[in-house]
Write a protein that binds this ligand. Sequence first.
Ligand code: 5GP
Length: 325
Amino acid sequence: LSANESELFVRTLFDYDPEQDPAIPCRQAGLRFKRGDILQIVSHRDDTWWQARHYGDRNPRAGVCKSERCVTGISFTTAGLRRSFRLGRRGSGSGSVEENPPESRWRRKEIGGACQAPTYLEVCWPEGVGLSELKRRLLISDPDHFGVPVPHTTREKRNREEEGVEYHFVSRQTFELNIVNHRFIEYGHHRGNYYGTSLDSVRKVTAEGKVCLLDVQPNTIHRLHTAEFKPYVLFVKPPSIGELRFSRRKAKFFATKETKPTKTFREEDFEDMIGSAEAMDSQYGHLFERVLVNGDIVSAFNELRAELRRLETEQPQWIPVEWAG
Ligand code: 5GP
């Protein structure tokens, strides 16, 4: 999730050109896409036309595209929307700074069953892989040294949760005031509630003398890219498709030998991971100080630890001129 973003993401399974669509109410407002693009559905309140935008564009313009119902010609009531179009969420995140959007790890959820032609496929960002797993391992490895910010939410506190531990539980009004006052690095909605990570929560971690770990979508880095925070930005990217296939085979082998299978990725997932990592790199590469290839989690983790040790011992380091003085 990220600022103002809906939680429904789809991979398109057909090409769409509004210029060629006689039914569209306003061609200029149409959103052109190619099969395989990832779209964020900004609004699906209208049965026939959705508002969507291309995921990952720096200034993505929302446009109109046909709804699933409109493409298939099948009429669904809201309750009858296929499961694949249930609102889903992207996982990953610093305590889930998700957003960010988020990108390299879109995961196929399910192809809807009932309709004749494939239209859209809901995709999400899987948890427990890649970046958030690295963050988790770092935290466990040295909890006195690393910390994560406590996010804010407007949802009800659950049994056993404590204020300021899992979340800061605040009213909607307080949350919205914080949005207006630009207190959040990012925020999003989930099941009718707001979630977000504030700049103050990062300050709190650093004030405790800890290294604050955050996994953010690249479009939010600018919020932290200041002399105050001096972030070290590391881009964790997937390995080659060959290595991904190999690790899937390895995982299957171990799963049958020892444990239950966990997550299995399909070929399309790998293509999505690599495609979106490339898009991210080309748009935001100038902000990344280091690229870490996450082929195998143990080696990636060891490399990350070594890199952080080097950073903390090697002084001084190069910084942007505007942070100096
Ligand atoms: P839960 O209510 O079950 O604790 O969390 C619901 C969802 O909110 C999870 O997907 C979680 O990752 C997400 N979430 C938690 N903290 C944040 C945050 O700081 N920002 C955003 N955008 N999402 C968050």
